[in-house]
Design a protein around this ligand. Structure first.
Ligand SMILES: Nc1nc2c(c(=O)[nH]1)N[C@H]1C(S)=C(S)[C@@H](COP(=O)(O)OP(=O)(O)OC[C@H]3O[C@@H](n4cnc5c(=O)[nH]c(N)nc54)[C@H](O)[C@@H]3O)O[C@H]1N2
Ligand SMILES: Nc1nc2c(c(=O)[nH]1)N[C@H]1C(S)=C(S)[C@@H](COP(=O)(O)OP(=O)(O)OC[C@H]3O[C@@H](n4cnc5c(=O)[nH]c(N)nc54)[C@H](O)[C@@H]3O)O[C@H]1N2
Ligand code: SF4
Ligand SMILES: [Mo]
Length: 814
């Protein structure tokens, strides 16, 4: 690696450095062991040479003087900013001793493993937690309100997650035979040109637009794509679920749905009892069996019908092809006769609760625009939808996600070219600990999972999201009920400066703990609360791989930064210390084990660079539900308990949660809290990402900070004038919880009734010690957002719609 000639290495970005969800291919130019230049790999099928500013600035990141280069031990009080360097051995010994003590005295569950957006480190955090014996891996965001909830909700009704199709499954991309360009694409609460999240890229949508795709943008703010859209539906934040009900209303009432799909592949023809409002199940039915002792009677045609009694629906037989609508009677086990209707009728009745004038009233979007946009999408064959994190950042996210999923399903856009396509891990290589994971990283026994916080209270969390519930965990640190929490492992998580809402509460929680380890590349406001801080390496300093979703590709070590270690090496060393039965001796052995389903070793994959799953495999589209590629039993259908796309979510009924989509007003809006609106008249939206930063990162990288030097809040010209605030002036944003200081950017991209404040601000150039804490208390917008408002299924939270007032900061910012 150390050559005086410039050598060019191919690798994949993921995590530390750019921030990365995406996995762009890059060419790293290295001379004398140092990174001298980085550029996009033109041969890489995902980014085709394109790269974000953060990756391009890696030359300023990798040897940055602020990078931690040795483990540090705190010598003063928490938050006092006093540290001494210690050796890696001393750090590991200290961590082992302290964490063993917690495990012996209080049990392994008393240690919480806190992760942020996680990236490739997520798997290794689970590995460490599970080797230690704790089920409490926590994504430290209130209501875990990013991505996971969307996945859980979509999987509940369709068995898999689905994403928009930009031919990313194929190495030849758009040239692939059988691929179709979507005629229309809905960009729903998504700032994707700047964020490229979740392994999807804004430039893909630009590619599609060049090929003719029309855009519908659903966003209160005029985003880059919004300004280039056919319809920009500027809704009031938090009312997306009403809007999707309006879309469904149009699609159903204008007959724009795909009847064949609805009949054959959804649970539309299952029955719902009118007396209880619940699904008819086999146990409800009279079991006499003869025609006279009918189980189900078609009241329209006056004859008995044959039913599949699994979760009562029509048998897939040639003579059983009823209409999706109808009135029926069942003879119940106790001999009574009960009237029923179909799931489809119940679903249509639900949509009919949302006529467009009502939806206009709730959302603020003109009824005509809703109508026209819905018709455009429904008539597009194919049409695609993709959603961003705004969808998770509301407490009633499941009724919203299931509504959007129903929209793409009933319009015939699911699992088809150019529509919404199931995303599966390439070759079924699953590094994460997920439900059903068979790989190396999982809890050893079910018993170990029992104390997982929130898993008994929230079934969606229990079944689909193997983490503890964040808001409950924070509370439990204070209450110690039902057991005390004594330690926290923090890795890839900026709890104080961006990940945690109500950071004062988090600070009090951290102060209460006996032992905290933080693993990061830099000191941050969060690390100031740790006992030990370990210096991690960037993506250029490690061997790793990624399978989220396709292709399967390696990350290749190209440089070394003295004193730092890759996260995986840190966690591997400690996992071996905590678990005498830990079964791997080297990290490459661990990788080989996880990569087994691909039939390749790590070295073999590394030699290829990347690999695409072959057609006909479960991780390659299309129409996998017809081909029997989705279900474990190999039968056609979806991976749900009915094998069908569930317009009525059977699991949610079992969990006493609302099984069909609907609108719920979030907790802090002018509609739900008119009392607060008198004092806090503006809607506070947060978190619109800057292309220069990844959340709380990069404020110390000169090129990036130059792009975006200050915390800037977007405010409409009329609102600014009303409050006597001019462009470029400092202003306070305030509500009942606290305040934060931002610079005004006066712009019509936001509506008059809303301001938009990005999150994650701190100032690495300021003092570390409290009360400064790198200036974080001045500009942290999360001080205005509460914890503890997760949705009914333990997920989602009101992050993108709070309330505030504003006023000029008379002294500017000293
Ligand atoms: N540059 C950069 N890229 C990133 C990140 C980063 O910090 N910086 N973070 C990464 C992470 S972890 C994530 S989760 C993703 C997120 O990526 P995105 O999902 O694109 O998230 P945001 O930038 O918050 O943009 C959300 C959009 O939703 C709109 N919005 C706000 N409230 C509502 C609402 O109630 N309804 C609707 N329909 N729209 C609303 C906002 O105006 C904004 O345009 O980005 C990832 N990529
Ligand atoms: N108000 C508001 N707050 C938000 C949001 C919002 O929209 N509005 N968005 C939320 C969302 S969606 C998310 S995902 C969270 C993100 O929250 P975080 O994931 O906590 O944010 P980051 O700043 O990306 O990362 C935190 C720390 O991890 C370090 N780090 C990065 N990569 C690695 C790595 O690979 N290894 C190690 N050891 N350290 C690493 C960084 O240096 C940084 O100090 O923020 C949330 N906060
Ligand atoms: S665009 Fe995303 S995936 Fe690509 S280098 Fe930048 S952060 Fe990483
Ligand atoms: Mo996120």
């Amino acid at each position: 690696m150390t050559s005086s000639e410039t050598q060019i290495f191919k690798t994949t970005t993921w995590s530390p450095g750019p921030g990365c969800h995406g996995g762009c291919g890059v060419l790293a130019h290295v001379k004398n062991g140092k990174l001298v230049k980085i550029e996009g790999d033109p041969d890489h099928p995902m980014n085709q040479g394109r790269l974000c500013a953060r990756a391009l600035a890696m030359t300023q990141y990798i040897d940055h003087p602020d990078r931690l280069r040795s483990p540090m031990r705190r010598t003063g009080n928490r938050g006092e900013g006093k540290w001494e360097p210690i050796t890696w051995d001393a750090a590991f010994d200290l961590i082992e001793e302290k964490m063993n003590k917690i495990r012996e005295e209080y049990g392994p569950e008393s240690m919480v493993f806190n992760v942020g957006t996680g990236r490739d480190i997520y798997a290794w955090i689970c590995m460490l937690a599970y080797a230690y014996g704790s089920p409490n891996v926590m994504f430290g965001l209130t209501g875990q309100a990013c991505y996971g909830p969307r996945l859980a909700a979509a999987i509940t009704v369709q068995g898999d997650f689905a994403v928009f199709d930009a031919a990313q499954w194929f190495e030849d991309r758009y040239d692939h035979p059988g691929y179709k360009v979507p005629e229309t694409m809905i960009i729903w609460g998504y700032n994707i040109h700047a964020t490229c999240p979740d392994n999807l890229f804004g430039h893909w949508i630009i590619d599609l637009m060049k090929k003719g795709t029309k855009i519908i943008c659903i966003d209160p703010r005029l985003s880059w794509f919004g300004s280039r859209s056919k319809y920009h539906l500027r809704l009031r934040p938090g009312t997306d679920s009403a809007l999707v009900m309006g879309f469904l209303h149009v699609v159903i009432n204008q007959g724009l749905y795909d009847e064949a799909f609805v009949k054959k592949w959804s649970n539309a023809v299952h029955l719902i009892r009118k007396d209880t409002g619940k699904l008819v199940r086999e146990s409800d039915l009279f079991s006499g069996g003869s025609e006279k002792n009918f189980a189900v009677w078609d009241t329209k045609d006056n004859k008995p019908v044959i039913w599949d009694t699994t979760l009562v629906g029509f048998k897939d037989t040639p003579d059983a092809d009823p209409a999706v609508s109808g009135e029926w009677e069942i003879k119940t086990a106790d001999g009574g006769i009960v009237a029923c209707h179909t799931v489809w009728d119940a679903f249509c009745a639900r949509a009919n609760e949302y006529p467009l004038d009502k939806v206009e009233n709730i959302t603020g979007v003109p009824a005509k625009d809703i109508h026209d946009a819905a018709v455009l999408y429904a008539k597009s064959k194919p049409g695609a939808i993709h959603w961003g994190v705004a969808v998770d950042m509301t407490p009633a996210l499941t009724p919203l996600v299931t509504g959007i999923s129903a929209l793409w399903a009933i319009t015939g856009n699911l699992d088809v070219p150019g529509g919404n396509v199931f995303a599966r891990f390439a070759f079924d290589v699953v590094p994460y600990a997920l439900p059903g994971t068979k790989g190396a990283i999982r809890l050893k026994t079910e018993e170990q999972d029992k104390p997982r916080i929130g898993a008994n209270r929230y079934m969606p969390l229990n079944k689909f999201y193997w983490r503890c519930q964040t808001d409950m965990t924070l509370d439990q640190i204070f209450t110690e009920d039902p057991y005390p929490i004594k330690g926290m492992w923090i890795q890839t998580a900026g709890i104080m400066q961006g990940l945690g809402m109500d950071p004062k509460k988090w600070r009090a929680a951290l102060e209460k703990l006996d032992f905290i380890v933080a693993v990061d590349l830099f000191h941050t406001p969060t690390t100031q609360y740790a006992d030990v801080v370990l210096p991690a390496g960037s993506f250029l300093e490690k061997d790793s791989f990624r399978s989220w979703w396709v292709p399967l590709q390696t990350i290749n070590k190209v440089v070394e930064v003295e004193g730092c270690r890759p996260d995986v090496a840190i966690n591997f060393e400690l996992a071996r210390r905590f678990d005498p039965e830990f079964k791997f001796d080297t990290i490459h052995e661990l990788y080989d084990d996880i990569l087994k389903p691909a039939g390749m070793t790590f070295k073999e994959l590394q030699a290829k660079g990347w690999a695409y799953p072959p057609e006909g495999s479960a991780s390659c589209p299309y129409l996998r539900h017809e081909k029997g590629l989705l279900r474990q039993d190999g039968r056609p259908g979806f991976r749900t308990q009915t094998g069908l796309f569930e317009l009525y979510a059977t699991l949610r009924e079992e969990w006493d949660l609302e099984p069909m989509p609907h609108h719920e007003e979030p907790p802090f809006t002018p509609v739900s809290r008119p009392d607060l609106a008198k004092e806090y008249p503006l809607i506070l939206s947060t978190g619109r990402r800057s292309p220069a930063f990844f959340h709380t990162e990069h404020r110390q990288i000169p090129w990036l900070r130059e792009i975006d030097p200050d915390p800037v809040v977007e405010i409409h010209p009329t609102t600014a004038a009303k409050n006597n605030i001019s462009h470029g002036e400092w202003m306070w944003i305030e509500n009942w919880m606290g305040r934060a200081r931002y610079k005004a950017k006066v712009t019509p991209v936001v509506p008059e009734w809303m301001i938009m404040a990005p999150h994650g601000w701190w100032f690495p150039e300021k003092k570390a010690a409290e009360p400064d804490l790198y200036g974080m208390w001045d500009a942290n917008i999360n001080q205005l957002i509460p914890m503890g408002h997760q949705g009914k299924d333990g997920q989602g939270a009101p992050i993108k719609h709070s309330m505030c007032r504003i006023y000029k900061c008379e002294g500017g910012r000293s």
